[in-house]
Design a binder for this molecule. Structure first.
Ligand code: MG
Ligand code: MG
Length: 277
């Protein structure tokens, strides 16, 4: 092997990052990787923005799924969810008392007054973006509107704690305080996660104060999917017989927002931000 080919193979090796840098088990992304993640996340944000602009009563959740898949592929990515542990679709679509992992269906017609959650992910050049929005279809009942607004406020309260030196417990505490102040419960069965070359990777980004899950000190270059789920009733959930769709045990309303967030040197950058799109 001559010097040139040695140099080439070394740069190729470095480009692939065969042994990523990890701190407390959490991968620290390079600038080059972050640049790709921005693109993956922007695709996700674009799809969710477009769905938010288009959704109306009478559409089915299968319509939204087909739209999302087409747009993700048009933008040069592949749907992160499709085929993930056998999940059949490109979005998770949940209404009202459905919490997470709703399978889009042709028979599932969206109605005015529905609280609609759309979660999607895009895989682009080796990296994933992941985001979820709750949408009001038509005009919501006041209680539903309040739940939705509080869930979004909880997400942003959590994000506001993202900076080097803070910990996952700072994020969780901020989310919990907003939820509790609104009189809502927080689902504990599902938590956020690291995101990057894998859709789900360490750490578990919990939304409530706990000593059961490992706390991690945030470092620049970590990329986290923060995704609190708030319920109007109790926190408990159960999975329906389709083995995917999760609902609140008491059938109360549920709302969720999620962003993929980069820890920067001074704070955070919301990679799936939709503002300005
Ligand atoms: Mg998600
Ligand atoms: Mg997620």
């Amino acid at each position: 092997m001559n010097l040139l080919s040695q140099l080439l193979s070394r740069s190729e090796h470095e480009g692939r990052r065969l042994r990523p840098n990890r701190v407390q088990g959490v991968e620290i992304k390079t600038e080059a990787e972050i640049a790709i993640m921005r693109q993956a996340a922007r695709i996700v944000a674009t799809v969710l923005k477009e769905i938010a602009d288009r959704v109306e009563p009478g559409m089915t959740t299968a319509d939204l799924d087909a739209y999302a898949e087409r747009r993700i592929r048009e933008m040069g990515a592949t749907p992160s969810f499709k085929g993930y542990h056998g999940f059949p679709s490109s979005i998770c679509a949940c209404t009202n008392d459905e919490v997470v992992h709703g399978i889009p269906r042709q028979r599932k017609v969206i109605r005015a007054g529905d609280v609609l959650k759309v979660d999607t992910g895009a895989y682009y050049n080796g990296f994933h973006g992941d985001s979820c929005i709750t949408l009001a279809v038509g005009k919501l009942a006041t209680k539903a509107q309040m739940l939705m607004e509080t869930a979004e406020a909880a997400l942003y309260a959590g994000i506001s704690q993202v900076k080097p030196g803070n910990t996952l417990l700072d994020i969780a505490g901020a989310i919990e305080d907003v939820a509790k102040a609104g009189g809502y419960s927080i689902v504990e069965d599902y938590v956020g996660h690291g995101v990057g070359r894998n859709l789900h990777e360490p750490p578990s980004v919990f939304n409530f104060r706990t000593r059961e899950l490992p706390n991690v000190t945030l470092r620049a270059g970590m990329t986290l999917a923060i995704e609190p789920i708030l319920n109007a009733g109790g926190k408990h959930t159960r999975t329906l017989s389709d083995r995917w769709t999760v609902v609140t045990l008491d059938r109360s309303l549920s709302a969720q927002f999620e962003h993929t967030v980069l820890v920067t040197e001074t704070g955070y950058e919301i990679l799936t931000d939709r503002t300005g799109l």
